[in-house]
Ligand binder design. Structure first.
Ligand code: IMP
Ligand code: MG
Length: 419
């Protein structure tokens, strides 16, 4: 018999992050014990200051304990026994960590900004914890410094879905600041085009600003675009009309990627195309099928808006069919929900980030940060970047800007300390 638990699990597992859910559960206990909702109508009750202090202390202690469990997991990783760590037993989906996470200090930092401990009715939420994890990650990266490579997703991370990186984008001066400090930049996007012009049209605000900046040429060259997840590479070039120059595959492909044959690529895209066509019929979607050199997808016809459920259904069907096909076991692919379209790309962002690391001379995962918006385990394309480097999960371009400001602030603090 199918239990309710199994139904819930089957339906929701791809829409939950188990590590975040687990931490949320841990923090719910001090919230219940220390929050004072009745203070609203009982004026003589404990002051909000006292409550906030007690709650913060307990939340921070828990974050310290989780931090220790991550350290224990990292020790297991070093001896090849990560499957036996306590954290792995509790959260079976956790993968490898590239650095420790400064969770205690990050909680205090975010609490000062979000007043989590002062809340009496709303417990620590998914978003609170997501942001604490981001801060913990950048704190650890900056403390171990320098941050050598930052890769950014495009849609929703640097600009709104389907839009372009225009000159007024406030991420631009922040990316230039990172470059000035010696950090390399990769734009690792699913948007897959074979011509530099198309990427220029999407990214011109940043490319023009970099071109016009006073930065030395050696630094300006520290920007690459990896398109189609891991299929097309362009580097910044002030001499090119579109400020980007195609990089021949032999200069950036990893050895494993050389094994991807054209026959397999065509076969995988054929299987995906058939599955997408069948889903369009079945779900009565008004969709147009788009077949590209390294991708196949569906986009809405005539300005339609697909509902989330339809998009998710499509992704899960195509993914399942590909996973069960022989070619899907030979060749990495990424099926994802792009907000109002569904695409299947050859390769995925882990390969895209690895290619950037290789292009810049072999940068390590623990010195690389990928910033993206899609980190659920199915139907999301930034998720795979976790195999290649540390990550930050943002929910909007404004959050990316906030994260870059956090990095700048932490770097300044770090420099003051070492001076
Ligand atoms: P990202 O968020 O920067 O990874 O961009 C994802 C979006 O790029 C998708 O939702 C599509 O709208 C668009 N796109 C354009 N061409 C492709 C392609 O070849 N593969 C996947 N997505 C594409
Ligand atoms: Mg995105």
């Amino acid at each position: 018999m199918t239990t309710r638990y199994r139904v819930e699990y089957a339906l929701k597992t791809h829409r939950r992050d188990q590590l975040i859910e687990w931490i949320k559960g841990l923090l719910a206990v001090p919230f219940i014990l220390h929050s004072q909702p009745t203070a609203v109508f009982e004026p003589r009750n404990e002051s909000v200051e006292q409550m906030a202090t007690a709650a913060q202390r307990r939340y921070a202690e828990i974050m310290r304990d989780v931090e220790e469990m991550v350290n224990d997991h990292i020790n297991h990783q070093k001896s090849g026994t990560q499957d036996r760590s306590k954290l792995k037993l509790i959260v079976p989906t956790v993968a490898n960590f590239f650095t420790p996470l400064a969770l205690h200090d990050a909680f205090i930092w975010q609490d000062q900004r979000r007043c989590i401990s002062r809340r009496r009715f709303v417990p620590p939420s998914f978003n609170d914890i997501r942001l604490v994890l981001n801060t913990a990650q950048v704190m650890s990266l900056v403390r171990a410094g320098p941050l050598e490579l930052v890769t950014f997703d495009g849609d929703v991370t640097l600009y709104d879905d389907g839009q372009c990186l225009t000159p007024d984008n406030t991420a631009i001066p922040r990316i230039l600041r990172l470059m000035q400090g010696g950090t390399k930049i990769g734009i690792v996007t699913a948007a897959g085009y074979t011509e530099a012009r198309r990427y220029y049209e999407r990214l011109y605000g940043l490319l023009d600003a970099l071109h016009a900046s006073e930065l030395p040429t050696s630094i300006k060259q520290n920007l690459v675009v990896l398109g189609g997840e891991s299929n097309f590479c362009f580097k910044f070039s002030g001499d090119s009309p579109d400020l980007l120059k195609w990089v021949p595959r032999k200069e950036w492909l990893l050895d494993e990627m050389l094994l991807w044959t054209e026959e397999d690529i065509t076969e995988l895209l054929d299987v995906a195309e058939a599955a997408l066509r069948e889903t369009i019929r079945n779900m009565r979607m008004e969709a147009i099928l788009v077949r590209k050199e390294r991708a196949v997808g569906i986009v809405p016809a005539r300005g339609q808006k697909f509902c989330r459920e339809t998009l998710e259904e499509t992704v899960l069907i195509v993914q399942k069919i590909l996973e069960m096909s022989p070619v899907g076991r030979r060749l990495p692919f990424c099926a994802f929900n792009g907000g109002n379209d569904v695409f299947v790309d050859i390769g995925d962002k882990s390969w895209g980030v690895l290619a950037c690391q290789r292009f810049f001379g072999g940068i390590e995962g623990g010195k690389t940060l990928h910033v993206g918006d899609q980190f659920l385990s199915a139907g999301a394309n930034d998720f795979k970047a976790r195999l290649a480097c540390t990550t930050a999960w943002i929910a909007s371009p404004a959050e990316t800007v906030q994260l870059l400001d956090e990095i700048a602030e932490l770097e300044e603090m770090q420099q003051r300390k070492t001076r």
